[in-house]
Write a protein that binds this ligand. Structure first.
Ligand code: AMP
Ligand code: MG
Length: 412
């Protein structure tokens, strides 16, 4: 397939992708991981009836006639602290001093908070109003009931979800294995960051950028540095990557029509090409195929094109491998300025989106050349101008792809 649409490309990169297997992950390492199985609550939450307030555990019927004019005065017979295992029962006509989280003593059926009581003496408390049974008591299972599905398979674990699993007593849970992502740059001009630049050379920006993107979408990147522009060098680097059993290979560069653009050739010779060239901008020279059964996304060399291709297709593969919905997460934004697309391709323009009142508003930022990485780095979204639209007027709605997980503050 050649010169396909973005939607076709998205469908093709995820076609037939099966979710990876489950592995047991300690809770303290499970942040952002995807649950592989439903989690059933082994216990009630809360596990026992306990006080929602610092106050007095009472028999509600004792306070039936209480008023400011005729307070009910009752003796304090015991005290219950949070964490206490055994408690002394109270009888009608008695109260227990009780702290938040402490178990409700047998016999008590309500808690009156300190602020609603008077203490004429340390051993005696006066109540000036009635209390309904159950007041200020947290019932067992009112959050989660034992045997109930507390969290469903397929859920990415957020910090509250980890808190819930900890409350249920889990120290480890089954999660989908993180996809291993091999990141390979190509080009004789590339020098590792940190090294001085000889004439004609540039720093490899794609390697680190793509590794970070892989991590953002749950992957475990391994960066193999830059392969040189020869079949032998590229072959050796690919062989090194394949020996570590990646679930996805990302290459950048060498996918165009230049004399040294070898990725396509090697994919054709040693694997199979599924498609080459997508009707998008930037990022038209992009290939997808398999080598030794491993999906390989051949991204363009220009950093913005490489990023956009990865943000669409590498993201989709990574999410599908984790059993998540691979569709791009698009939001509608209002154009703060006219947005032009003369390309006839789907155009991913670098932009800044911000909330204005209740609506997301977007404008372009900086230059839009595929080599201009700074606007992409300073912005927070890609504006998705459709191939069939030459123009979006100010005030019209255009879809945007947010780059971070949430909205960011306004940026330069
Ligand atoms: P290519 O398709 O290999 O000709 O690359 C297109 C452009 O992207 C060239 O200007 C390359 O120097 C540049 N490029 C390729 N790979 C990288 C990389 N890893 N980091 C920065 N620029 C790159
Ligand atoms: Mg090159």
């Amino acid at each position: 397939m050649w010169n396909i649409t973005v939607d076709e490309a998205l469908a093709r990169v995820t076609a037939g992708t099966a979710r990876l297997e489950a592995e047991e992950v300690p809770l303290h390492e499970a942040d952002g991981r995807v649950l592989a199985e439903d989690i059933t609550a082994p216990i009630d939450l809360p596990p026992f009836a306990n006080s929602a307030m610092d106050g007095y555990a009472v028999v509600a019927a004792d306070l039936a006639g209480a008023s400011v004019e005729r307070p009910v005065r009752l003796p304090v017979v015991t005290r219950v602290a949070a964490g206490q295992g055994e408690t002394t029962a109270i009888q009608p006509g008695q109260v227990a001093r009780i702290m938040t989280g402490a178990p409700i003593p047998p016999g008590a059926d309500a808690v009156v908070k300190f602020e609603d009581t008077l203490a004429p003496s340390p051993d005696e408390i006066a109540f000036t109003q009635p209390v309904a049974p159950g007041t200020n008591i947290r019932q067992p299972g009112e959050d989660v009931t034992a045997g109930q599905v507390a969290l469903q398979a397929g859920m990415p674990l957020s910090s509250p979800a980890l808190g819930l699993l900890a409350a249920l007593g889990y120290a480890a849970v089954p999660c989908v294995r993180r996809p291993r992502v091999a990141v390979i740059s190509t080009g004789d001009e590339l020098i590792s960051p940190g090294q001085p630049l000889p004439p004609g050379k540039i720093h490899d920006s794609n390697g680190l950028m793509l590794a970070a993107l892989a991590r953002q979408f749950g992957g475990m990147p391994a960066v193999y540095g830059a392969a040189g522009d020869t079949q032998a060098s590229l072959h050796a680097t690919l062989a090194r990557a394949l020996s570590e059993q990646p679930d996805l290979i990302l290459t950048s560069g060498g996918i165009s029509l230049g004399d040294f653009d070898l990725v396509k050739d090697i994919l054709r010779a040693e694997g199979e090409i599924d498609f080459w060239q997508v009707r998008m901008r930037p990022g038209k020279p992009l290939a997808f195929g398999h080598i030794a059964g491993v999906p390989l996304l051949g991204l363009p060399g220009n950093p913005v094109a490489a990023y956009v291709g990865a943000a669409l297709y590498a993201r989709a593969v990574l999410l599908a491998l984790q059993g998540l919905d691979p569709a791009p997460a698009l939001y509608d934004a209002v154009c703060a300025e006219p947005i032009r697309n003369g390309s006839g391709r789907r155009n991913f323009l670098r932009g800044v989106a911000e909330m204005r009142g209740t609506r997301l508003q977007v404008r372009q930022i900086g230059g839009q050349l595929p080599t201009q990485l700074a606007p992409l780095a300073r912005g927070n979204c890609l504006i998705v101008a459709h191939e069939e639209r030459a123009m979006y007027d100010e005030g019209e709605t255009v879809p945007v792809l947010l780059l971070a997980s949430g909205l960011q503050p306004p940026l330069g």
